[in-house]
Design a protein around this ligand. Structure first.
Ligand code: FE
Ligand code: CA
Length: 517
């Protein structure tokens, strides 16, 4: 009577939990494969890397079908794919309080090397993941290959772009936000969330578990380490710090944000020290790739000033503002990153030892005037809604002569390749940085005709295309950065081909992307 036994075990565990004790399963047994969500790694250092998994036998049920007891999970890192030459190992407790997730920093590894890893719980073994370490500090590697991706609305299509990312065999994936979407669509989408918008911790866990059970996404996590940041949809559309776009009271929204951040942490290969505390979670950090690249991974949501220049009764972002008529937009106290993160970023850039300084963040810095002819209309949820803070950052990059600054962005669901200038309206303003905005993994976008219509208003934009979903493949060396814009033929079927729509290079010491193919 396995069901009855399981019921009694659960009952005993619940009684113990009510008494404030979380018992540990000494010989954990599962009703199915507890590694249904796969494995992941992230934040490579020269001597270590973060390993992640979460025990779930059924992603559709609260608790994932795991008894509410702590489960010891063994982790192993090997120098070979067959897991014979194990060089680092240990045991971590997967606890019900953290949804049976595991975040460990595997240390004692050699720099600049590929490794394989796996987890064991009871008799169950996870799939084997592949990961790698960063080069040692001061070492200049010949190249770094990474993918830039964002915006994967489950309902809008299949995550098959990840299959092509895996085929590229990158060293690293940088994911720039909208990993999940809280909202659902009303049209006949290729897939459905089959649940209403999450508000509680358990609901966010179920949403993450649904996304993580996608086999292409799981394969991309198992293929190489990731670095991640979030945008709005990990919590709710267009939220700004403690202000949602739907009029929910502040306390209720902060409780929702706490649930969303916690579920996000539980499902990502984030360093254990990023574990959230209530509604606060510090996700901004730096990652160094020897002397070649410093990634500054930014948070443009948690600390930002609320959007302004909205119409009566409107909340969140807006593209209806005629910015020349709205003085509030130019208030110098308004910030995208928060003043503390701004200062932290300036220090991270000023002390950078790297040839290339890559800002891994949510949304394009390049101005996008959407109004043909005189006057400007912009999207006020993006950097266009924070023009003084943007100018502060671009002036800093130029004034401090930061080496090869490149911003990476997502959010707008189109490829946009731009020159970044302190004053986008002044043709004489110098190009001080380069920008690559990836399209979306699946999320839908404007029609290409709309993009074409506004391009003449934005001469600093060298390329813009909203017609394709996909990602950006970057090959970085000391002399140049090369970016291939990778476009899926469609995301409405699960096995579509992917091809390169255009390629750009940025040469060392010469800001601004140039098209090569
Ligand atoms: Fe998005
Ligand atoms: Ca205009």
């Amino acid at each position: 009577m396995p069901n009855r036994r399981r019921f009694l075990r659960t009952l005993a565990a619940l009684a113990a939990a009510a008494a404030g004790i979380v018992p540990t399963a000494t010989r954990p047994r599962f009703v199915g494969d507890p590694f249904r969500l796969g494995v992941a790694s992230g934040y490579p250092l020269p001597g270590g890397v973060v390993l992640w998994t979460r025990l779930v036998v059924d992603p559709r049920v609260p608790g994932g079908g795991i008894d509410p007891v702590a489960v010891p999970v063994r982790w192993e890192v090997a120098r070979d794919e067959a897991m014979r030459d194990i060089v680092s190992s240990g045991t971590a407790a997967a606890t019900p309080a953290w949804a049976h997730s595991v975040h460990v920093l595997a240390s004692g590894l050699e720099p600049s090397r590929w490794y394989w890893y796996r987890f064991t719980a009871g008799d169950a073994r996870s799939p084997i993941g592949r990961t790698r370490t960063a080069p040692a500090a001061g070492v200049l590697p010949a190249s770094l290959r990474f993918a830039v991706a964002s915006c994967q609305h489950y309902e809008h299509g299949f995550f098959s772009a990840w299959r092509h990312v895996v085929a590229d065999a990158p060293d690293l994936v940088a994911f720039l936000g909208d990993y999940i979407y809280e909202g659902s669509v009303t049209w006949a989408a290729p897939r459905k969330h089959r649940a209403s918008s999450p508000h509680t911790l358990e609901e966010y866990r179920l949403r993450h578990a649904l996304y993580k059970s996608d086999p292409d996404l799981a394969a991309a996590h198992a293929a190489c380490p990731w670095i991640v940041t979030w945008d709005d949809h990990e919590v709710s559309n267009d939220y700004a710090a403690d202000r949602p776009d739907n009029g929910m009271p502040r306390d209720a929204f902060l409780a929702r944000r706490a649930a969303a951040y916690r579920a996000y942490y539980e499902h990502m290969p984030l360093p254990p020290e990023m574990r959230p505390d209530g509604p606060a979670m510090r996700i901004h950090t730096v990652l160094d790739w020897g002397a070649l690249a410093r990634f500054a991974i930014l948070d443009g949501r948690q600390y930002r000033s609320v959007q302004v220049c909205l119409h009566e009764g409107q909340t969140g972002g807006s593209s209806t503002a005629d910015v020349d008529d709205c003085a509030a937009l130019r208030d110098p106290r308004r910030t995208m990153l928060g003043l503390e993160q701004e200062r932290w970023l300036e220090s991270a850039l000023a002390t950078s030892p790297a040839c290339w300084n890559l800002l891994a963040q949510q949304t394009p810095l390049a101005q996008l005037d959407q109004k043909p002819g005189p006057g400007r209309r912009v999207w006020t949820d993006g950097w266009d809604g924070y023009p003084v803070a943007r100018r502060r950052l671009l002036d800093f990059l130029a004034g401090q002569r930061i080496a090869n600054p490149v911003t990476l962005a997502g959010d707008v669901h189109m490829f946009i390749v731009s020159d970044l200038k302190p004053d986008f309206d002044d043709p004489a303003s110098p190009v001080v940085a380069s920008e690559f905005c990836g399209t979306s993994i699946t999320s839908g976008a404007w029609p290409q005709e709309t993009v074409e219509r506004v391009l003449p208003e934005n001469p600093h934009i060298r390329f813009a295309n909203s017609a394709f979903r996909g990602y950006i493949r970057v090959q970085l060396g000391p002399e140049r950065l090369r970016a291939d814009l990778r476009a899926m033929q469609t995301v409405r079927t699960p096995d579509a081909p992917c091809s390169t729509l255009a390629s750009f290079v940025v040469e060392d010491g010469r800001p601004g992307p140039h098209r090569t193919a």
